[in-house]
Design a protein around this ligand. Structure first.
Ligand code: 16G
Length: 240
């Protein structure tokens, strides 16, 4: 099963085989896979090599470790379509997951330079600055840092942010959300976000920056989101 002459490192071969076994449901979601010792005996390799293969699969989000219990097949990543302008709440509900938010920061301050550019604000204008941890069925998925111009939303309280910002905007104001420009990049997670998301400090996140506009063209939010790369993948349909 393992080819020690191959240019492909042994740990990578084991990783590949485990991946196949997971996709073929030899180990279905939620089941415990054999221990490092058992796999080392089975593949006739050292435990170090097995550990390396498992570490890669944990990093990729296929396996998860539970302290003192073992290594389990993780839930598949959430697939997030990139084709529509949806809210976190809508995204979670459409998958049958219960969205919730933890508000970590909620303050009014003068808009920083970059935010002023995004939101077309003059120097000295105020924004709300909000940090929210977004959960799906209680599991932290993303951290969002949102800037909203105060002049557009003179009444905005914490309760609006505990549920859905987009539905608050569309219900409480005569505004219609139009479109957004998004950028995405991969990054090693920062310390603060690792704590918020309850992931290891060397985890990878997908950073998304979104500037959203009302139908009349006015920008209404500038958001930086860090999504867990081990729990998320983004899908888009592209046409020729
Ligand atoms: C999404 C948006 C974010 C928006 C939020 C509103 C991305 C990358 N970001 O998380 O810009 O503020 O939804 O969600 O998709 P809410 O209506 O549930 O508060």
């Amino acid at each position: 099963m393992i080819n020690k002459q191959s240019h492909v490192p042994v740990y990578a071969q084991i990783e590949e085989q485990l991946k196949t076994q997971i996709s073929e449901q030899k180990y279905p979601v939620g089941t415990m896979i054999p221990s490092e010792r058992e796999l080392a005996t089975q593949y006739k390799v050292s435990r170090m090599t097995v550990r390396q293969a498992l570490a890669e699969l944990v990093k990729d989000g296929l396996l998860r470790r539970e302290k003192g219990k073992g290594t389990f097949v993780a839930n598949p990543k959430l697939e997030q379509p990139l084709n529509g302008l949806t809210s976190f709440t809508e995204d979670m509900r459409s998958r049958g997951l219960e969205p919730s938010s933890q508000i970590v920061v909620f303050e009014k301050k003068k808009a920083p330079f970059d935010v002023r550019k995004d939101l077309m604000l003059e120097e000295g204008e105020f924004v709300y600055y909000i940090i929210r941890v977004r959960n799906a069925d209680g599991e932290p998925m993303a951290v969002e840092r949102t800037y909203l111009p105060v002049h557009l939303f003179p009444r905005l309280d914490m309760t609006a942010l505990e549920s859905s910002l987009y539905s608050f905007i569309e219900k409480q104001y005569p505004y219609q959300i139009g479109n957004a420009i998004q950028q995405m990049e991969a990054a090693r997670i920062n310390k603060e976000d690792a704590t918020f998301l309850n992931v290891r400090p060397d985890a990878v996140s997908l950073l998304i920056k979104r500037t959203s506009y009302l139908k009349d063209g006015r920008p209404f939010e500038s958001v930086h989101s860090a999504y867990r790369a081990d729990r998320y993948k983004f899908i888009s349909e592209i046409k020729r």
